[in-house]
Design a protein around this ligand. Structure first.
Ligand code: GLU
Length: 307
């Protein structure tokens, strides 16, 4: 298949859609991004990459980082983690409080904010402190991407901390149900720093290829997750990766994937490739409008979906 040609066709076809949607502005530092940008990269088993658009431009990976933290946490806690966070789609917005009250402070899944905050809390407990936990997440992303230079953007993290009421409320509510073990402020700050990791589509697509190959990176040959664990992460990406639009995304794209409010989406085609796409304007569910469209075009043109 001529992947470069397919990506170039997609880049042309999405042009008219670049003005639809709205950049996330509840984190002021994200609102400053040029909204008309687009990039897409695929990484194959051999390590070969194909890209279009601004594939070297870094952006805030935001909720895509939840996949990294969850990968680390299941390796440490195994099934005991599921006492604190479920594995069901929420059908609610990424930062909803309502369900959490009804369900006794146990978030539906690790990819909504409440669930990701619990995962960060579990990492802080295990590694003995918030800085140690963040360092482990950073080291994990550096290792899976083969790039020791990756950093989080302190300005984005600070900007989110200044507008943290909703996430602090989620964490406080869970603490009232004894589902947060550490200091709420420390947990939320660590969560924001993890969300503020900066990567471009070339780096992100390279980093996530372990999920396309049963937890083992086919390029470095390092095993990051067992086959069973990778299956679970992919299943959660398929069912919960796009908040209350997860069904719609599976319906239109047909791949396990995770989005972030920075406008990035990563997707995996099992045993074939990992894909990263970025365009900052979001749809009403908080997922990249053009990113979703580009992935839909990709699976339609190539027939590469899991269905
Ligand atoms: N840091 C963001 C928040 O907690 C992540 C949300 C997202 O990317 O969907 O609101």
């Amino acid at each position: 298949m001529n992947y470069q040609k397919i990506l170039e066709e997609i880049e042309l076809e999405i042009q008219g859609a670049l003005e639809h949607g709205k950049v996330a502005d509840y984190i002021p530092a994200l609102a400053e991004v040029d909204p008309y940008q687009f990039a897409m990269t695929i990484t194959l088993e051999s390590g070969e990459q194909f890209s279009v658009g601004k594939s070297k431009e870094k952006f805030s990976i935001q909720s895509i980082s939840k996949v990294l933290a969850f990968s680390l946490a299941i390796d440490i806690y195994s099934t005991s983690l599921y006492k604190r966070v479920g594995v069901e789609p929420s059908g609610s917005a990424f930062n909803s409080l309502v369900q959490l009250e009804y369900e006794n402070g146990i978030p539906r899944n690790p990819f909504i904010n409440a669930g990701a905050i619990v995962v960060v809390d579990a990492l802080i407990t295990h590694f003995g402190g918030n800085y140690a936990a963040l360092e482990k997440v950073m080291n994990f992303v550096r290792e899976i991407s083969g790039n020791a230079d990756l950093q989080f953007d302190a300005i984005v993290a600070k900007s989110e901390m200044e507008h943290a009421s909703r996430n602090l409320a989620l964490a406080q509510l869970m603490k009232s149900f004894n589902n947060i073990e550490n200091d709420v402020h420390d947990v939320v700050q660590t969560y924001f720093r993890q969300c503020a990791i900066s990567m471009n589509t070339q780096e992100l697509s390279r980093a996530m290829i372990y999920l396309a190959f049963d937890g083992k990176d086919p390029i470095s040959k390092k095993e990051f997750l067992s086959e069973a664990q990778a299956k679970r992460v992919n299943a959660l990406m398929l069912t919960c990766g796009h908040y209350d639009a997860s069904g719609e995304f599976a319906f239109n794209v047909g791949l396990p994937a995770k989005s972030g409010v920075g406008g990035g989406i990563v997707a995996v085609v099992p045993n074939v490739m990992s894909i990263a796409v970025w365009s900052p304007r979001l749809n009403s569910h908080g997922n990249s409008h053009v990113g979703t469209l580009a992935l839909q075009l990709f699976t339609t043109k190539t027939g590469l979906s899991i269905f």
